[in-house]
Write a protein that binds this ligand. Structure first.
Ligand code: SF4
Length: 161
């Protein structure tokens, strides 16, 4: 519905693969748009926590005012074609082969896609990228470090030269 509600209230979890795509599309350095969220007890899609400065944290898009996504504008998402997989798939997930609502669904109108195939394709890719990210996070968490160090470590592994 493009209401933008989800862009204004959530921490938007990103994987290293999302970060690479956004950096390429915007020309920004990852550290300029990546932030952290700690103290989260539950995640819906199995995003890993990573040890940053000895604290477990989720990697998210850095918040703007309040909890506004830094890429949100009144005209819509300014990185729409390269938005994170969690945005591409929201507010759906696949369970037992069925496209179902996520618990975090915040839509003001309860809509369904006319064609589910795009969502199913994106959910499949997101699942694959999350799996690879969890492996990267497991490796990183043996040592941990700063956010800058994590970004260098994770992006190198997600996109080896
Ligand atoms: S990246 Fe775009 S779609 Fe995702 S939360 Fe931000 S403004 Fe919304």
């Amino acid at each position: 519905m493009r209401c933008g509600v989800c862009c204004l209230i959530f921490g938007v979890c990103v994987t290293p693969f999302d970060i690479i795509r956004i950096a390429k599309a915007t020309g920004k350095k990852p550290i300029e748009f990546v932030g952290m969220m700690s103290g989260v007890a539950k995640v819906e899609r199995g995003e890993p926590t990573v040890l940053i400065d000895n604290h477990p944290a989720l990697i998210i898009l850095r918040w703007g005012l309040g909890r506004m996504c830094p890429f949100y504008s009144e005209a819509g998402c300014v990185i729409y074609d390269d938005r994170p997989m969690v945005c591409r798939t929201y507010p759906f997930m696949v369970k037992k082969g069925k496209l179902i609502d996520t618990q975090s669904r915040a839509c003001q109108v309860c809509w369904r896609p006319e064609d589910e195939s795009g969502y199913r394709k994106d959910i499949k890719q997101h699942t694959k990228e999350l799996k690879a990210y969890r492996k990267i996070a497991d490796e990183w968490n043996k040592k941990g470090g700063s956010l800058e160090e994590f970004l260098a470590f994770a992006l190198e592994r997600a996109h080896p030269r």
